[in-house]
Ligand binder design. Sequence first.
Ligand code: GLA
Length: 607
Amino acid sequence: MLLSCTPKMTEYKLSDLEAGSEPHFHLDGRKGSFTASVGVNDQAESSASLVFYVFTNRGIAFQSEVMHKGDAPQRIHIELKGITDLCLVAEPVSGGNANELADWEDAKFLVQTPPVVLEEEVEVRYILTPPPAAAPRINGAKITGASPGKPFLFTVAVTGERPITFVAENLPEGLTVNRETTITGTCEKAGTYRVPLTVSNRAGTCRDTLEIVIGGGLALTPHMGWNSWYIHQLGVTQEIMEKSAQAMYDHGLVNYGYTFVNIDDGWEIKADSDDPVVGGAPRNPNGTIRTNRNFPDMKRMTRFIHSLGLKAGLYSSPGRTTCGGYTGSFGHEAQDIRSFVDWEFDFLKYDWCSYGNEAKSNELDELKKPYLLISKLIREAKRDIVLNMCQYGMGDVWKWGKEAGGNSWRTTGDLGWNTQQLSASMFQIGFFQEQIREYSGPDGWNDPDYLLFGNIYDWKNQRVMLSPYSSGEHYTCMTLWCMLSAPLIFSGEITTLDDFTKNILCNAEVIDIDQDRLGKPGRCIYNEGMIEIWEKELSDGNTALAIFNRRPLQATVDIDWKALGYDDSHHARDLWRQKELGKTSSIASFDIPRHDCVMLKMKRTSS
Ligand code: GLA
């Protein structure tokens, strides 16, 4: 007798499965179904729009049209035979938080074994950057600017075995090589000077040309450096800053172009504090700003930073107090710039906090006012100070930041405020920057905030934590920032850099794309099913391509080179692996882990 046995199917509702924002389920691969009805939430703003996806181990199982508020819900029905992984994603088309906008109505599994909700993968971090070669290589910016008659300092970034010999020919009058590869002095005469560089060591010789532009802007490539905020927040001290500068030097970040060592908020007096270390009178009787006791000697600190071939930065706010409640510059702007110059700082991050109480409205004139004032004072000062405007993108700052005297401007709120949602914020903020790319370029850069790698501070739990970015998300962030020509300011713990974080921060070929002198942010040339391909024009006539897999699962991305505008005369080089991949005709597809990317330099060759 033949016994027929129907497997027992059980219903599991999504609402009972306690999944995160991009839920990932592990299934038994047997018969079953997933069903749901999707749409944009009634509470969403009228402009909200979303695309819903269901990804499985076999690729895209469902992709909705772009859905707007008020659209009739779309039904999803997926047969689960052969499916072991299933992920749900709602992707905002025009910004906004997908979790708040998306409705997965009546979403349920009908299966034999309960679906297992996979926690964020804690994967082994994979290092792709090869160690630097013994032979010298000149890295980072090949163009730098300063004002006539003001102190100049530029360290040529060089990797390779030490000792090296360094020769810079035809330096403009007033500049000399000071220490190893650092050029200092004062050049009085405006102009563009082409300086041939030669670096040699036991293993070889490297030649390049540095363009020194006197009188043509201060930030001709995006700034590179470190800022104290996301690791030390308001607990920063002079000792920490000096140790961090030393670490930037000792870990070799200086050899890749990292230059600025910037104190964020917390060096000033906090007038309303009872703590004798930070409390007290905010200013001297003559109105000059006072540092708190954590910063006993600013000048000693900046001189130490300069002695390493690095530059020093600090922070202030145009309001009466900073975001942290410390002394702001309101009413003392000229005095403060005099102090910053006297202390020999090279960079100022100028926030907005509490200035809202002084501004008469949100009109553009009022938004511009504090920045026009501070930039004028800086221009009149006897020292160059790079100005980073930090007003979170208000009034589309990218449209007028340069005219207000900024060398860069934050385009959004704080990327790392919500450490629980860090990866989602980085994707949202990073990929959004493409829409405002045309406003970013030499001497005026869009700034999507810092590189949150390594150990960072977790506000919610008041402790230091390892960056919650997965490996792929680290590569995506660094690649995206370089494709965007964004400032590369690392803001994690720098004194204890692990090998993985160093590999992300210190890939000379990846950094070359960020520091390319053309300074033209890349654009998205393909966007389908959460696979994006970006292209960036480079000053040597070649291009960089980045292929981003924004999906929550690994993807095989087939490349149609012709459609992308590349023919057989092109060769591809994998920049993260620093490896030639050969002719486009021999490359059909890329396997890219979840949330990861591939970054290529495309070269036209005659053969
Ligand atoms: C604001 C800025 C941050 C940081 C803090 C300091 O939130 O956006 O980058 O400077 O202020 O208080």
